[in-house]
Design a protein around this ligand. Structure first.
Ligand SMILES: Nc1ncnc2c1ncn2[C@@H]1O[C@H](COP(=O)(O)OP(=O)(O)OP(=O)(O)O)[C@@H](O)[C@H]1O
Ligand SMILES: [Mg+2]
Length: 412
């Protein structure tokens, strides 16, 4: 798999491992997806590795599937990382401009970003992304590119995203065991944003909410920059668990009921609509009210959305971002979820499909695949991106700076 031609994205979800292989097109046309596969995941719990052996086996089986499909072995991939250990914080770096004539050089910008990295990193954490937002040069705020300008004091506002070192290492180890090289470890939901958000949405202000099986992750953009990111420990799997408890059935049956009859808006369901559990394989002879099921789903999703809104309140953006809420991930496929989102967030809402690519495979036109597609896309734009974690053990600050330099070169 030639590095220049093929890009792979690997998403290790709590319910499924997904891999997407894209082929770069000449003249910077959209990435063309040539392979996509998924396999039920084992050994991954709430977005982090719970058993290395099981996780390796799930990843290997997913890779085998996609290799059979494309006929090319996956040798390297951009790998998504998730989990509630992820921390996102604002940071500020200040330096004195080096040249006596006060002209800002790229080196100054790098030093300012390095200074911003020196924020209090909790012990055992490692920086995944350093995303510069804007610069201030001698009290002139809001500068996007200070190189070439004159001043004495250069400041940068940046968003720092970090993760627990141990989790980074476990994930890296799993992927390496499958003989796949990691191009970069990327926060999964940041990858997803690449696939389903437009530049305009990010400029206006938007929140991407990825409803997974065991986690819900979010990232907030404003003026094109990342404002906040968070991974919450609840997902659509909790909806299934609630149905199982509410109906006193097995998890498997509850999941089938959810997929077949579930909706997030109880008011949309007629009072008399019934679900006969016998129609499902292994179902018991019982009849349940569909409205009751919808009420269970609505209650849990409302709780998840309220948790997301609480994060928005913490950064003073609740009900404020004009491009609203984009919902993606398997949980976003539930009927009624968009309307419930509009209600809870008091904002426009829509479902995010992986749209920023072309594809020969129908399978990827699915919100469950947004993250994997986005990670493949990320690989193609890595030179333009800030930070990106260079695998533990191999990570060096100069490496990081090189990437940041690349980011600046291409971004501006
Ligand atoms: N058609 C559908 N309708 C409703 N829910 C669905 C549908 N398809 C999948 N889901 C739900 O989506 C969830 C899985 O989502 P997804 O595949 O995005 O999770 P994941 O990436 O494996 O997990 P995580 O991101 O939390 O690690 C499951 O709870 C599943 O029930
Ligand atoms: Mg996921």
């Amino acid at each position: 798999m030639a590095r220049e031609t093929f890009l792979a994205g690997l998403d290790l979800g709590s319910t499924a491992v997904r891999v997407v292989v894209g082929q770069r097109q000449p003249n910077d046309a959209a990435l063309h997806i040539v392979g996509a596969a998924e396999h039920p995941s084992d050994g991954i719990s709430k977005g982090v590795v719970a058993s290395i052996e099981d996780a390796v086996s799930s990843i290997s089986q997913t890779l085998e599937k996609v290799e059979r499909m494309t006929g090319i072995p996956v040798e390297h991939a951009t790998v998504g990382i998730s989990g509630t250990h992820i921390l996102s914080q604002d940071s500020h770096g200040v330096i004195a401009v080096a040249r006596p004539d006060g002209e800002v050089k790229e080196e100054d910008v790098e030093r300012a970003i390095e200074a911003a990295q020196a924020v209090a990193t909790p012990p055992n954490y490692e920086i995944l992304h350093v995303i510069p937002r804007s610069f201030t040069l001698d009290n002139q705020r809001g500068i996007k590119d200070p190189v070439g300008m004159s001043g004495t004091r250069l400041e940068v506002d940046a968003q720092i995203i970090q993760g627990l070192s141990a989790q980074l290492k476990n994930l890296t180890k799993c992927v390496y065991r499958t003989s796949v090289d990691i191009d970069e470890l990327v926060l999964g939901v940041l990858g997803a944003a690449e696939a389903c958000l437009t530049k305009r949405q990010r400029e206006l202000g938007v929140t991407l909410v990825n409803i997974g099986g065991a986690t819900t992750s979010m990232v907030v953009f404003e003026e094109g920059d990342v404002l906040h990111a968070k991974v919450l420990p609840v997902g659509a799997g909790h909806v299934t668990n609630d149905i199982a408890i509410g109906l006193r059935t097995s998890i498997e049956l509850a999941e089938k009921v959810k997929l077949e009859y579930g909706t997030a808006l109880a008011t949309d369901v007629g009072k008399r609509e019934e679900i006969n559990l016998e129609e499902f394989e292994g179902g018991e002879s019982a009849v349940v009210s569909r409205q009751h099921v919808a009420e269970i789903i609505e209650a849990r999703l409302e709780e998840i959305f309220s948790m997301v809104d609480k994060e928005l309140k913490a950064i003073d953006r609740s009900a404020l971002l004009p491009a609203g809420i984009v919902l993606t991930g398997g949980g976003a496929k539930l009927p009624g979820v968009v309307d419930l989102g509009k209600k809870v967030f008091r904002l426009p809402a829509s479902v995010g499909f992986p749209t920023n690519v072309t594809s020969a495979i129908d399978r990827v036109n699915d919100p469950s695949f947004t993250t994997a597609v986005g990670l493949a896309l990320w690989g193609g734009q890595a030179e333009q991106k800030g930070g990106g974690f260079n695998v533990p053990g191999l990570a060096t600050v100069p490496e990081m700076t090189k990437k940041i330099r690349g980011w600046f070169k291409n971004f501006f």
